[in-house]
Design a protein around this ligand. Structure first.
Ligand SMILES: [Fe+2]
Length: 302
């Protein structure tokens, strides 16, 4: 009985035709004709989700959502925690603010997926431009699924056999097990280098220049060299889409299949964006290995 209900639901979802246009071959589509201020309805949510899983990031111009509306929109794609600690300046529970005047968090011009130092990095994310500089301040996404697919077969096999450390602060080790840092608290996790998407089964190359200081089990010079191969490969222009923000534009992306980079080319210009995250989940590798939280939480500078 429940099986037939599910089948009907899938069919209903497939009947919704979104008006969308691919912006690059491997990643990124713009969607028009939807008002994200209103609840989308089950079939439209399913259609947006299906397109998101396929295209990695979706763009919706001219939405102008209030912070609460952005939370409600994002929560249609998974649980949004609105009870956690609020960062300074947050306009509503569950909403993070990136303001270019904030020296620590305002500009993240390094390739990364969000929060991968955690054991369960966020899954689906939304970002809305509130204030945009006159020129510049684009965000670029790169498909880590296309990157995996287009890796040579020997390197795919190598990547699938590896796990990597993702850490909040620069973490240096001479050998695995003797972590050195620049001091203070930090969080790290160990993730499979090739992660299998839980909804699509697609594989992605899951490392980033911002968060991944080393590969587990390699000698330091090997780790640096192999990571550079992976980083250079992921961020090839062929795997990218670049979005020009206007106030009120929304990006919805799958943090499991893309890295992103906020281009810092606007000098003293003001750029403010609001972000909302769907609850995270552990990544799973090709042999079922799962993300695990590291045990070190504090290290003295050495
Ligand atoms: Fe980010």
């Amino acid at each position: 009985m429940s099986g037939s209900i599910r089948t009907e639901a899938v069919q209903a979802a497939s009947e919704i035709q979104l008006q969308s246009r691919a912006l690059s071959p491997f990643i990124g589509s713009e969607v028009v004709g939807l008002d994200l201020k209103k609840p989308l309805g089950e079939a439209t949510i399913a259609a947006v989700r299906a397109l998101l899983l396929k295209r990695g990031v979706l763009f919706f111009d001219d939405q102008h959502l209030s912070p609460e509306q952005q939370v409600a929109f994002t929560a249609q794609f998974g649980f949004v925690n609105t009870s956690g600690a609020r960062r300074p300046g947050s306009p509503a529970p569950g909403v993070g603010v990136f303001d270019s005047r904030d020296e620590l968090y305002g500009r993240v011009s390094r390739w990364h997926a969000d929060g991968t130092h955690a054991e369960e990095p966020s899954t689906i994310k939304s970002l809305q431009a509130i204030v945009t500089p006159e020129i510049g301040g684009d965000t670029i996404w790169a498909s880590t699924e296309a990157a995996y697919d287009r890796l040579s077969e020997p390197l795919k096999r190598l990547a699938e056999a590896l796990t990597a450390i993702h850490a909040t602060t620069p973490l240096r080790t001479t050998e695995w097990g003797s972590a050195r840092s620049f001091g203070g608290d930090f969080i790290w996790s160990e993730h499979p280098v090739v992660a299998v998407h839980p909804e699509t089964g697609r594989k992605s190359l899951f490392v980033s220049p911002r968060y991944t200081p080393e590969l587990v089990g390699l000698r330091p010079h090997e780790s640096v060299a192999v990571l550079k191969v992976f980083f250079d490969h992921i961020i090839q222009p062929e795997h990218q889409v670049r979005f020009r923000w206007t106030p009120g534009a929304i990006a919805l992306w799958d943090n499991r299949s893309a890295l992103h980079y906020a281009v810092d080319d606007y000098g003293q210009g003001l750029r403010i964006v609001h972000s909302v995250s769907v609850r995270g989940e552990a990544r799973v590798g090709v042999n079922g290995e799962r993300s695990r939280l590291g045990s070190i939480s504090r290290a003295a500078a050495e």
